[in-house]
Write a protein of this length. Structure first.
Length: 417
């Protein structure tokens, strides 16, 4: 068995003793941020990949995408891919898996409770390890075609997938607390249950003797000291880079205010009010509900390719305010809209006669104290806060909560008095 480690933090001397050849496939040069692919990818029998390690370096993803056809061809001809799912770095970390038919639509989301419940011959081995798995991503597409779901979380989200790809097999599993231990178990107990075309046990039957393990070839001591020093440098630089990228990605998400719709738009609006108003909002039958200064709060969130219309969009928030509220006179109702969401910003609305919100809705909203808020106003507030953290967030939230009709952000509210 030839093993090709695309990128995975495992101890190969412990878990790959049955292999006749082990190659560290993707090699990153930290100093010039370049990546090389080692030769041997076309002859590998087992590919191992931890996508959490791709979260940090774009160059790893780039070269993996360039070589995905080699992996696909080899898996189709009998190899096995074992992939530990990780964060979807810049929406790129999973694209290469489309080459083997794994169209998963990943979304970052973490939890520990995972249920393996299928008829597959290997499922009992996964069940034994269920408590040691945790997912950092969910798959919004139910695996289909060559792939099927083999693991779900308590919400029914798909978090593990298996595919019979040609003569080969592909596993996309959650993260494991001890990947070295799991890889050894995978080789010893799962692969033998599969139809394979290669010789699994062609390496040493025994682990390296302890005496030989401790033996150092001349020059290894000096190199090991350099390795340890370099690892420490990489660890520190990686932590810095990960923190920077996490901060970057947090800001990147605010752009969803300008183009998203449905649940993603609801989530980013919810995040806005949690960040700037400290409000605790829940998603219920309508989009968001909560309380604001002892008042019942209803927020409808709509993203349309056209204007936010009167008949369906505004009618819903009017229903909440007038009929569903416990006390309509003591209720805050907001319709937050992302109209013309795919138009260039300067063409929202597209011409002088158009409206962001239906013109028939505006006087009714004013009369009934319902706020009509364009998501671009929220985006402008986020940008102002990024430039000036001393912005008076409470005054802005107060103005939003007390608006009637069209809301327009007033930059004069930025500074605390």
């Amino acid at each position: 068995m030839n093993v090709f480690i695309l990128k995975a933090d495992i101890d190969k001397d412990i878990c790959l003793i049955k292999a006749s050849k082990v190659e560290l496939g993707l090699i990153l040069n930290l100093h010039n941020n370049s990546t090389t692919m080692q030769p041997g990818i076309a002859d590998a029998d087992l590919f191992i990949c931890d996508l959490d390690m791709f979260h940090t370096y774009n160059s790893l993803i780039d070269i993996l995408n360039k070589n995905k056809h080699h992996i696909s061809k080899r898996v189709n001809n009998g190899a096995i891919l074992l992939c530990f799912a990780g964060k979807n770095h810049f929406n790129q970390a999973y694209i290469w898996l489309n080459e083997i038919g794994a169209d998963l639509n990943p979304e970052d989301s973490s939890a520990n409770d995972i249920i393996f419940n299928t008829e597959d011959v290997f499922v009992n081995e996964l069940k034994k390890e269920a408590d040691n798995f945790h997912h950092t991503v969910i798959f919004n597409n139910a695996p289909y075609g060559l792939f099927r779901s083999v693991g779900q979380n308590k919400s029914g989200n798909h978090v593990a997938a298996y595919g019979k790809v040609g003569k080969g097999h592909a596993f996309i599993l959650p993260q494991h607390k001890d990947k070295t231990k799991f890889v050894k178990n995978f080789i010893d107990n799962i692969i033998p249950k599969l139809e394979i075309t290669f010789d699994l046990d062609d390496g040493s039957k025994e682990p390296i003797p302890e005496e030989i393990t401790k033996l150092l070839v001349e020059g290894q001591t000096i190199i090991q000291e350099k390795i340890n020093k370099q690892k420490e440098t990489i660890k520190n630089e990686t932590e810095t880079l990960v923190n920077l990228e996490e901060n970057y990605n947090e800001l990147e998400q605010w752009k969803e205010l300008l183009w998203q719709t449905g649940t993603p738009l609801e989530n980013i609006v919810k995040r806005f009010f949690e960040t700037f108003g400290g409000l605790q909002l829940e998603k219920k039958d309508i989009d968001l509900v909560g309380n604001y200064e002892n008042k019942e709060l209803f927020i409808e969130v709509k993203g349309n390719k056209g204007c936010i219309d009167h008949k369906s969009d505004f009618r819903q928030i009017m229903q909440r305010k007038v009929y569903d509220a416990k006390d309509p006179q003591n209720t805050v109702a907001l319709l937050i809209g992302n109209p013309y969401r795919l138009n260039p910003l300067e063409k929202r609305p597209p011409d002088g006669d158009s409206h962001l919100f239906a013109h028939t809705s505006i006087p009714i909203a004013e009369k009934n104290n319902i706020g009509l808020i364009w998501t671009k106003e929220l985006y402008d507030i986020v940008n102002d806060f990024s430039k000036n953290p001393k912005i008076d967030k409470k005054r802005i939230i107060d103005e939003i909560m007390n608006c009637s009709g069209i809301y327009k952000y007033n930059p004069k509210l930025k500074e605390k008095q």
